[in-house]
Design a protein around this ligand. Structure first.
Ligand SMILES: C[S@@+](CC[C@H](N)C(=O)[O-])C[C@H]1O[C@@H](n2cnc3c(N)ncnc32)[C@H](O)[C@@H]1O
Length: 249
C-alpha cells in the first residue's frame, strides 16, 4: 500500500509548518509536477526538498487544452484525467511513502486531493493532509485586516466568477486566480475598497490598498513589476463595497 502526505507549503519555504516538515522527512520521495521548461515554483519545491533531505521526483504536467476555453470544466476534467494517469504510473511504480508539496493549502483551488481520489481507483493508496498557509491568509496578514466585517460573511471566488458574485449581491469578496485582463472588471467598482497583493511571501511581493478608482492604475503597474521581477505573478485581493460596514455583532 502506497501512502501519501499532502503537505501545504504555504507561500514559500518560510511557511512550511513543523508538522509539514516532519511529514516531508518521513517521506521516501516528493512528487512534483513540472510545468513547462521554466517552472519557478518547482524550483521552490526543489529547494525545500534539499533542505529536508528528501528526493524530488519530477512528473511532466500534462498540458491543459486552452482552446477548450468555451467548456472550461471539460478542459479541467481532461487535464485532471491526464494527471491521474501520470501520478498513478509514478506512485504505482515507486510505492512507499510519497509526499506532495501543495502551494498554499490543499483545500483552496488545488486539485491534488481530487486527483489522489482518482489515483486510488488505480493504485492501492492511503493519504493524509497537513494544512498550509493560504494566499488569503498572507494577504490579510500583510494588510493587517480581517477578511470580513464583524459577524459578516466573506465570499471567496475566482476572478472569472467575480461578475456573477457581484450580480448576486456579494459585497465582500476575496478574489483568486486572476489575470491582468480580469482586473478590467474592477473599473465598475470605483467606490469599493481593495486590498491587493501579488507574489505574497516571495522576494518581489507587492501590496496596494485603497479606493479602487484611486489605486487601480497602481495595481496594474505593481502586477507588471512583480512579474518582471520574479518571472511569474500570482495575485489575490479583497474587495469591499462602501456600505458593507454595518456591524451586527
Ligand atoms: C491554484 S490557486 C492555489 C491557491 C493555494 N492553494 C492557496 O492556498 O492559496 C493559485 C491562486 O492562489 C493565489 N496565490 C497563490 N500564491 C500566491 C502568492 N504568492 N501571492 C498572491 N496570490 C497567490 C492567486 O490568486 C493564484 O491565482
Amino acid at each position: 500500500m502506497t501512502h501519501v502526505h499532502v503537505v501545504g507549503l504555504g507561500m514559500g519555504p518560510q511557511h512550511l509548518t513543523v508538522e509539514g516538515a516532519a511529514a516531508l522527512r518521513a517521506a521516501d520521495y516528493v512528487l512534483a509536477a513540472r510545468k513547462g521548461d521554466v517552472d519557478e515554483l518547482l524550483e521552490v519545491r526543489r529547494a525545500v526538498c534539499a533542505d529536508h533531505g528528501v528526493t524530488l521526483v519530477e512528473v511532466a504536467d500534462p498540458e491543459r487544452d486552452r482552446d477548450q476555453a468555451a467548456d472550461y470544466p471539460a478542459a479541467v476534467r481532461d487535464w485532471h484525467a491526464a494527471r491521474v494517469a501520470a501520478y498513478a504510473a509514478e506512485l504505482g511504480a515507486r510505492g512507499g511513502t510519497a509526499a506532495f508539496l501543495v502551494w498554499g493549502d490543499p483545500s483552496l483551488y488545488d486539485s491534488t486531493l481530487r486527483v489522489l481520489e482518482q489515483v486510488a481507483d488505480r493504485v492501492p493508496l492511503t493519504w493524509d493532509v497537513v494544512p498550509g498557509i493560504s494566499a488569503p491568509q498572507v494577504l490579510a496578514a500583510r494588510h493587517r485586516v480581517v477578511l470580513h466585517e464583524v459577524g459578516q460573511p466573506v465570499h471567496l471566488t475566482t476572478a472569472r466568477r467575480l461578475p456573477e458574485a457581484l450580480a448576486c449581491g456579494q459585497r465582500n469578496v476575496l478574489v483568486m486566480l486572476g489575470s491582468e485582463g480580469s482586473l478590467g472588471a474592477l473599473e465598475a467598482l470605483a467606490d469599493w475598497s481593495i486590498w491587493w497583493g501579488a507574489n505574497l511571501g516571495a522576494a518581489g511581493e507587492r501590496l496596494v490598498a485603497g479606493r479602487v478608482s484611486e489605486v487601480l492604475g497602481e495595481v496594474r503597474t505593481a502586477r507588471a513589476a512583480a512579474r518582471a521581477a520574479a518571472g511569474w505573478v500570482m495575485d489575490a485581493y479583497l474587495l469591499r463595497a462602501p456600505s458593507a460596514g454595518e456591524a451586527v455583532a
